[in-house]
Design a binder for this molecule. Structure first.
Ligand code: GAR
Length: 205
């Protein structure tokens, strides 16, 4: 009987969300899942060092000089090697094709640093999201964890949390507040939600 869903976390950069996931796991807050693999789209991502520090295997799969098909074939190979049940996109900046996403229905979640449907879609990632929120003058932003389907940012929303924008905020200050008050809390919670669902489905299969 499967007790824990096997989780791969996809990263591209600093990996603070990965760190939050690994700490949540170590604190017993993801009882139905186990992070068994970290995949980075860049060899130099600090997230790989974080994975190693927590004893989790890391793999760098870089899209440069590769077709989308070859890139995704390498990803799929790695996921099969580790018998992965679900994927967490934690600041993963490489685009995944519809064909790839279709192979993982209701099995991929993504964290986005705004309240979807605001400030999301093509070209909206990282600091750009916070720049857009500040330029628009909204008073409330936040983070969203959603399932990933074929439409970018189009999957069902699992969790959202609002974060206040304060006078004098810069994109960097706002990014940090959204991470501290929303992302690092929501992503482990949503990961546990999906992991629990997977374990329950397997038990009843
Ligand atoms: C996070 O703010 C995450 O929400 C964002 O990238 C950052 C990664 O930081 N993701 C997106 O913008 C996806 N559209 P991290 O590497 O420190 O976790």
């Amino acid at each position: 009987m499967l007790k824990k869903a096997r989780i791969a976390v996809f990263v591209s950069g600093g990996g603070t969300n990965l760190e939050a996931l690994l700490c949540a796991q170590e604190a017993g807050n993801i009882p139905n899942g186990e992070i068994v693999l970290v995949v980075s789209s860049s060899e130099s991502a600090y997230a790989l060092t974080r994975a190693a520090n927590h004893g989790v295997p890391g793999a760098a799969i870089n899209k440069t000089d590769m077709t989308q098909e070859a890139f995704e074939a390498r990803l799929s190979e790695k996921l099969a090697e580790y018998c992965i049940d679900m994927i967490v996109l934690a600041g993963f900046l490489s685009i995944l094709s519809e064909a790839f996403v279709r192979q993982w229905p209701e099995r991929i979640i993504n964290i986005h640093p705004s309240l979807i449907p605001s400030f999301c879609g093509k070209g909206m990632y990282g600091l750009k999201v916070h720049e857009a929120a500040l330029a628009r003058g909204v008073r409330l932003t936040g983070a969203t964890v959603h399932l990933v389907n074929e439409i970018p940012d189009g999957g069902r929303i699992l969790l959202q949390k609002g974060v206040e924008i304060l006078p004098g905020d810069t994109p960097q200050v706002l990014q940090r507040r959204v991470m501290e008050q929303a992302e690092w809390i929501l992503l482990p919670q949503a990961t546990q939600l999906l992991a629990k669902q997977i374990v329950q489905e397997k038990e009843h299969a």
